[in-house]
Design a protein around this ligand. Structure first.
Ligand code: ZN
Ligand code: ZN
Length: 778
């Protein structure tokens, strides 16, 4: 007879770990106990050495489905005698050292119970079990126990208590357990002060009836409110667009199941698996030519060849989708630019401007999350476009060495997400939106405070983007001052590069890596706007070795909203071709802009985003962006539609450190003037960029290439790069994170870690580092 203590860390709470241990220990004939603590799961068990090892091996090799074991340790202790095996009360005295369990999409068992007329939970919109339901969104403290969640105030009825205490029940120790007899209450509001019903069956019938009548409903989901409407109703969609002030940004659709979705979109195996996964993200899928659900596509995804679709991940959404039996629009409920609304009071105060009804329930959402968004390229390469519900906030495994101090990286402004390294754990928050609005800033602060409170972290260093006017960097400075801790600012594109290096465990690599960091905007070390950058990572240091040749950044941010102004800037070097775009301006505008363009520019940019915008406008494709990246997306769609895809390119020669865009634009204009089909020109644009990547790799004689920045959300560009280069180069893309600015927080941590690897630089302020000039000819 021996006794052992087993300590298991990782994602081990809220996934049915204790009941699983209980069953396994009983199966192996062990006595003892299991308990949750802030440092993971602890087990003490007595039995023969063979029994204990058989139990331990099985537990580690086949843990519960949703668990992640990050570390495990078995220690032999003094022999103890127990009467049985039991689940003990949680111990919460220590500082948390855990991964945070994300919200888990409804499981197959709960799904079928929900639709089974004879089941106790038939049509109960908040059914959950050990294997599914909200976790992160309802937790206010650790360890994960009912009293630390917004289920605290609900007392289980006798029947639910029986399930909770029955070791062989799927709801044994299920902290979110409830049923119709101990229900989370729903409310159907017709105005901020009028609740028409609080009966869930009646409410579900109302929802069905009002959706059919073409109404727009704001429904409380898992991470916040969603706007739901009939996806086939042209008039409703037009109303939604007007009320939401969202003229053309695509809406995601909710289908009741894969079969229903398959009538409208082509699904690969990987896409279907992603849709049905416990993360249940929005997946961008290719439209079928003859789609059959009568979805009003022109209104849903104007001009695009893919739509974002998802399956119901919460029982309430499943009931709505089953009952309506046609595709529904399901989009985050927010007021343009502001973050998703998740508090009931905010919903009632604000959402009646957009929705006809507000459907709410009493279980509080404690931290907001949008739906995550992912796409797969034609070659099957996965690109995360938004990392939120189901994916955030864990980042595992942590690529950095364990530290004694906590580092907080504030991330970037437009697609914000912060990153926090605490000892050996790494957390990257959900997408927190564009930080230019006060509401977003508030939401960022609340989410940051929420995670810091959950983890009981004491931040020792703050990392911010070097941009002088980012609100989020300003907040970082405030925090640093208030807490009297150091702050380090890091250049945007270097953070991007460091992020993709860290994601591929390359910070320690001995081989040089060429990084292509292409996005819209980042504040450069020469105080210009960077965005079409090429770096070399070698010997644990980064050098900027090439960039798009500078062109004027006209009218500040207005140029990112109006591709026609980017075109004007690109044509500054081609004054005899200005007539090509004159028709896109009024006479008055034209005179003004001509004068402006003749002055010497005070601010220059090497932005790949603006370069592509300008090309989209030159082709007459997109003159204004109504949402970020619209012109680039339309150019991608146009390029994909090309029937002729020649292996021809517009040259982008390297002159000094600048990739000369005037040569590229000259070739492109020649094609326009020759009357080459604009889809072919669009194709040649992306083909040329991939070609340039190959040429630069040859020029610098580097065989490992890494890619980061919003431009690499482009599925076509990724595929051309993979097709042309993967057989002779090693290609590194983002893995768990998006290539867009949501990866900047990780990148800031990675850059800081990188500088720690350089002994000579440890005491140098990162602000003062600048890349030495790199001599080269192309
Ligand atoms: Zn379940
Ligand atoms: Zn109950």
């Amino acid at each position: 007879m021996n006794t052992c203590h087993i300590h298991i860390n990782g994602l081990v709470q809220g996934v049915g770990f204790r009941p699983y241990v209980y069953q396994l220990a009983s199966k192996h004939g062990l006595t003892g106990w299991v308990s949750n603590s802030n440092t993971g799961v602890h087990i003490e068990c007595s039995g023969s050495t063979t029994q204990i090892h058989a139990f331990y091996d099985e537990l580690i090799q086949t843990p519960p489905a949703n668990a992640i074991i990050s570390s495990h340790e078995l220690t032999v202790i003094d022999t103890q005698y127990f009467d049985n095996f039991s689940i003990q009360q949680s111990n919460e005295s220590e500082k948390p050292d855990l991964l945070l369990t994300p919200d888990i999409a409804i499981c197959d068992n709960c799904h079928s119970e929900l639709l089974s007329v004879t089941n106790k939970r038939y049509r109960y919109p908040f059914t959950t079990c050990l294997h599914c339901g909200p976790r992160y969104s309802i937790s206010h403290a650790l360890p994960y126990d009912r009293e630390h969640t917004s289920m605290k105030e609900y007392e289980m009825c006798p029947s639910c208590s029986n399930e909770y205490n029955d070791v062989y029940d799927r709801r044994h120790y299920s902290q979110t357990n409830s049923c119709k007899d101990c229900a989370v209450n729903m409310h159907f509001y017709t105005s901020p002060t009028n609740c028409l019903s609080s009966d869930s069956n009646e409410i579900l019938d109302f929802i069905q009836q009002e959706l059919s009548r073409g109404c727009i409903l704001a429904v409380k989901g898992i991470g916040g409110y969603l706007l739901i409407a009939d996806a086939s109703n042209e008039k409703t969609i037009a109303t939604l667009r007007t009320r939401k002030q969202r003229p053309s940004k695509p809406f995601a659709l909710l289908y009741k199941n894969i079969e229903q979705a398959s009538a409208d979109v082509l699904l690969t195996k990987a896409e279907a698996m992603a849709l049905k996964s416990k993360i249940s993200p929005i997946v961008l899928c290719r439209l079928k030519e003859n789609h059959s659900n009568q979805v009003y596509l022109k209104g849903i995804a104007p001009g695009l060849n893919k739509i974002g679709i998802m399956l119901p991940y919460a029982p309430l959404l499943l009931l709505i989708a089953e009952q309506f039996n046609k595709p529904l629009i399901a989009t985050s409920a927010n007021i343009s630019g502001a973050p998703i609304i998740y508090k009931d009071q905010d919903a009632l105060e604000n959402l009646f401007d957009i929705a006809d009804y507000v459907v709410s329930y009493d279980r509080d959402i404690l931290t907001p999350q949008d739906d995550s968004v992912v796409q797969f390229t034609n070659k099957g390469h996965k690109i995360i476009l938004r990392r939120s519900r189901g994916l955030a906030p864990n980042y595992f495994p942590n690529p950095f060495p364990t530290t004694n101090t906590v580092q907080l990286a504030m991330g970037a402004e437009l697609k914000s997400a912060f990153a926090l390294q605490d000892q050996h754990k790494l957390f990257i928050s959900q997408f927190l939106g564009d930080q230019s609005t006060l509401e977003s800033q508030q939401c960022f602060k609340e989410t940051l405070q929420h995670i810091i409170r959950l983890l009981k972290s004491t931040v020792a260093t703050i990392l911010v983007d070097a941009h002088p006017t980012y609100a989020i960097s300003g907040y970082g400075k405030e925090l640093a001052q208030a807490n009297q801790i150091p702050i380090v600012s890091i250049q945007h594109h270097k953070a991007h590069f460091a992020a993709v290096l860290a994601e591929n465990n390359l910070l320690h690599t001995a081989l040089p890596i060429l990084g292509f960091i292409w996005d819209g905007t980042g504040f450069g070390e020469d105080k210009q706007i960077w965005g079409g950058e090429v770096f070399i990572y070698d010997n644990k240091a980064m050098k900027r070795v090439a960039h798009l040749s500078y062109f004027p950044q006209l009218l500040g941010d207005k140029m990112s909203k109006e591709p026609r102004i980017a075109a004007l800037s690109l044509l500054k070097a081609h004054p005899d071709k200005m007539h090509l775009i004159q028709k896109y301006f009024s006479k008055q505008e034209w005179n003004y802009y001509q004068q402006l363009n003749q002055q010497s520019a005070s601010l220059l940019t090497s932005s790949m985003g603006r370069f592509i915008d300008g090309i989209a406008a030159l082709l007459g494709l997109q003159l204004y962006n109504t949402y970020e990246g619209e012109a680039a997306l339309q150019l991608e769609v146009l390029a994909q539609s090309a029937s002729n895809k020649p292996s021809e390119f517009y040259p982008l020669p390297l002159v000094g450190e600048q990739l000369d865009i005037t040569v590229f634009i000259k070739g492109l204009i020649a094609d326009i003037e020759l009357g080459v089909n604009s889809a072919t020109i669009a194709w040649k644009v992306f083909f040329s960029l991939a070609h340039t990547i190959g040429e630069l790799a040859n020029h610098f004689q580097i065989d490992a290439l890494a890619f980061s920045g919003g431009i690499f959300q482009n599925a076509l560009l990724n595929d051309i790069i993979i097709e042309r280069l993967s057989y002779r180069k090693k290609l590194y893309f983002h893995q768990q994170l998006s290539p867009n600015d949501e990866c900047i927080g990780l990148g800031q941590l990675a850059y800081q870690n990188m500088t720690m690897l350089q002994p000579s630089l440890q005491n140098t302020s990162i602000n003062q580092l600048s890349a030495p000039p790199f001599q080269s000819t192309f």
